[in-house]
Ligand binder design. Sequence first.
Ligand code: HEM
Length: 143
Amino acid sequence: MKMQTKLKKIFYFTFLLLFLTGVFYFAIEIFSSSQDDLNNPFSRTKMWTLRSHSILGLWFFFLFGHLYSKHIGPKLRRDKGKKSGLVFFASLIIVCITVPGLFYITDDHLRDGVAKLHTYLGIALIIPFLLHSIFKIDSKSKR
Ligand code: HEM
């Protein structure tokens, strides 16, 4: 089943915003001092970036569920675009699974590891996203 153009656009747009806020937060964290002072505009930008990322993440979860029933589920039974789609889907699932860990893991060392996995895999997601959605690398394979 071909994904509706409107749903596709909403999904791509949300994914890109989620990606950009995540990368932007990561970049600010690298360049900011470890002490967060909310009187400092830099720290406030950092806080609002993470809040926006979190809220977008919630919306993304909803869209992802919708997308599963409308696009991913039906496509799993076909060959067209399946390989690149599966890589994108599996990577997304891992990134999503790490999210509760960001909130509920109390051990600092373990939380740090989960945050790194979320961030680095999140950044790497742009590759399967581009290959599957924009370049459609395996869309010419047989059905
Ligand atoms: C698209 C690629 C993504 C990138 C580059 C990315 C990046 C990041 C980064 C750098 C953090 C901060 C981690 C830390 O605490 O040190 C973060 C946190 C978070 N991310 Fe992502 N992420 C991505 C995808 C997602 C997805 C798919 C979801 C949910 C569906 C999500 C939801 C969250 C949430 C809820 C947090 C915690 C926010 C908080 O602590 O208030 N992210 N992400």
